[in-house]
Design a binder for this molecule. Structure first.
Ligand code: HEM
Length: 166
């Protein structure tokens, strides 16, 4: 081989010989092309709101306090007349758990179907606002941080049109 073809070929093999093993080891370690130091700094998956407020124990406590408040509020409690409140609390716990990113064990009705008969009884925005107020007060009473309260109220708010069947 002539010297003028040998030198570029030598450089090419040397470069490939360095790059290929580094790429392979990176991919094999699951790091793709991210250097190890950057991988250590990569954020872990964000915890769900459900986990952040304290999981099942926190949801249980919140729903119990919430319905105590709701049933003591003469503006909305007529809608709950005749309702089995222990079943209702269980459904609400499962529903809130699901929408806050916890386990999906809710088997109740969808929000439109579950409240349609109440809309016929006169359920409107002002009642919905009362329910949100009780939810907010409950979470504050249990010491849930304001940023999480806002997220949870946002989730509850997103059901408004379904609950009011419009
Ligand atoms: C933040 C919005 C709301 C959510 C997330 C919510 C959630 C639920 C859930 C999960 C159920 C069970 C559905 C089923 O039977 O399978 C339910 C039923 C019920 N909700 Fe709501 N609700 C909301 C707003 C309201 C409002 C504003 C009222 C009235 C003031 C209300 C009164 C009731 C009543 C009385 C039932 C029981 C109906 C029955 O069994 O006859 N809810 N709700």
């Amino acid at each position: 081989m002539h010297l003028e073809t040998f030198i570029p070929a030598f450089i090419m093999f040397a470069v490939l010989g360095l790059i290929v093993p580094v790429l392979l080891s990176n991919i094999a370690m699951g790091g793709r092309l991210m250097p190890t130091e950057d991988k250590a700094k990569a954020p872990a998956a964000a915890a769900s709101v459900y986990d952040q407020i304290g999981g099942a124990a926190a949801v249980d406590a919140a729903v119990d306090v919430f319905y105590r408040r709701v049933l003591a509020d003469a503006y909305v409690n007529r809608f709950f007349a005749g309702v089995d409140m222990s079943k209702q609390a269980a459904k609400q716990k499962a529903f809130l758990t699901m929408v806050m990113g916890g386990p999906h064990n809710y088997t109740g009705k969808d929000m439109r179907e579950g409240h349609r008969h109440l809309v016929k009884m006169g359920l409107n925005d002002s009642h919905f606002d009362h329910i949100l107020m009780h939810l907010r007060a409950t979470l504050a009473e249990l010491g849930v941080p304001e940023n999480l309260i806002q997220t949870i109220i946002g989730v509850a708010e997103s059901t408004r049109d379904d609950v009011l069947d419009r």
